[in-house]
Design a protein around this ligand. Structure first.
Ligand SMILES: [Zn+2]
Ligand SMILES: [Zn+2]
Length: 346
């Protein structure tokens, strides 16, 4: 196969990207190459942009993992997909040998490689990945909407681990991009959802998405949730804020026997009111990334319109403008999801 020349955006440190021509990598055995349509900018990508992950990603890395695309070519031994099929990549490559993998928990492999951080990612026209990471899409799903499937799969994993039952009361603490997706997936599963958020722009988007909202800097959140639930409290709480006030709120809004799902990445060690876990038999559930069934659920939810993709996607820029797109997102952290339109043919 002759190598194709493609455009790729390289993170080069110091809040800078360089879009350069390079040769596409042909798929080896067990791999497939994907012509990328769209790639969303994740909070993790913003951390890379800010230089917080230089030690992990280096200074010559194509980042990006929230993508949609079409299979361009397949390597030897690949029979799960064919060229021309629409796909998304579940960007996790596991070792298969560690204790976590051996017990079937490949998504939290102890040597997990995250594609697009530990390897080159989707901010390039053709991305070559292990074929086991691919999920096929329905033909009629819009490719811009499909770029939301990765973050929606995060939300599907969180909601699945919460064991949410239809009719249960849910509080989502933190109404950023992941928070609103968790809220939409929880609502799709039959939950009565309230979003707690302090930022007025994010509160406005949450309201536009049809959610009841509380600004805990203006209203007593626990009192509002008691009001809303006949003094019972929330059956399921998602902590998505990553803040001490959020961690304080997660126990004060919880009903007896509530399940609290820790979605946020807490870089420090917040104080947790452990007494409440004893007194009211609360459960705390850790949730990280997703498993294949969460991807299949996310594809179904996005395809059915359970996630209002047109409200969540706030900006789309071409790959050539990736630098400006990151700068804009940095200036306006209240934007929900910015997409990069990677392919010109998509
Ligand atoms: Zn992401
Ligand atoms: Zn492993």
């Amino acid at each position: 196969m002759t190598a194709q020349t493609i455009s790729a955006a390289y993170y080069r440190g110091n809040k800078s990207f360089a879009v350069e021509e390079t040769a596409a990598t042909a798929p080896g055995p067990g791999e497939a190459s994907i012509r990328i349509a769209y790639c969303g900018i994740c909070g993790t990508d913003m951390h890379v942009y800010h230089g917080n992950m230089d030690a992990r990603v280096g200074l010559n890395r194509v980042i990006g993992h929230e993508m949609s695309g079409v299979v361009e070519a397949i390597g030897e031994g690949v029979d799960s997909v064919q060229p021309g099929q629409k796909v998304v990549v579940r960007p996790l490559d596991h070792c298969g040998e560690c204790p976590a993998c051996k017990r079937g928990h490949k998504h939290i492999c102890q040597n997990l490689k995250f594609l697009g951080l530990d390897t080159d990612g989707a901010m390039q026209e053709i991305w070559t990945v292990p074929a086991h990471t691919l999920h096929r899409l329905p033909d009629d799903l819009r490719m811009d909407h499909a770029a939301l499937i990765e973050p929606v799969a995060v939300a599907c994993h969180d909601v699945r681990l919460s064991d949410l039952q239809p009719g249960e009361d849910v509080v989502v603490i933190g109404g950023g991009p992941i928070g609103v997706l968790v809220a939409m997936v929880a609502r799709d599963a039959g939950g009565n959802v309230v979003i707690s958020e302090v930022n007025p722009n994010r509160l406005a988007i949450a309201a536009k998405l049809g959610f009841e909202t509380v600004n805990p800097t203006e209203t007593d959140l626990a009192a509002a949730i008691n009001d809303h639930t006949g003094d019972k409290g929330a059956d399921v709480v998602f902590e998505v804020s990553g803040t001490q006030p959020g961690v304080d709120a997660m126990t004060t809004v919880a009903a007896t026997k509530a399940r609290i799902v820790m979605v946020a990445i807490h870089a420090t060690k917040p104080q947790i009111d452990l007494f409440q876990f004893f007194w009211r038999e609360l459960q705390l559930i850790g949730a990280r990334v997703y498993e294949p069934e969460d991807y299949e659920k996310a594809i179904a939810v996005v395809t059915s319109g359970g996630v209002d993709a047109d409200v969540v996607i706030t900006d789309v820029s071409p790959l050539s403008d990736i630098q400006a797109a990151f700068e804009a997102l940095d200036r306006s952290p209240t934007a929900m999801k910015s997409l990069i339109k990677v392919g010109s043919r998509a």
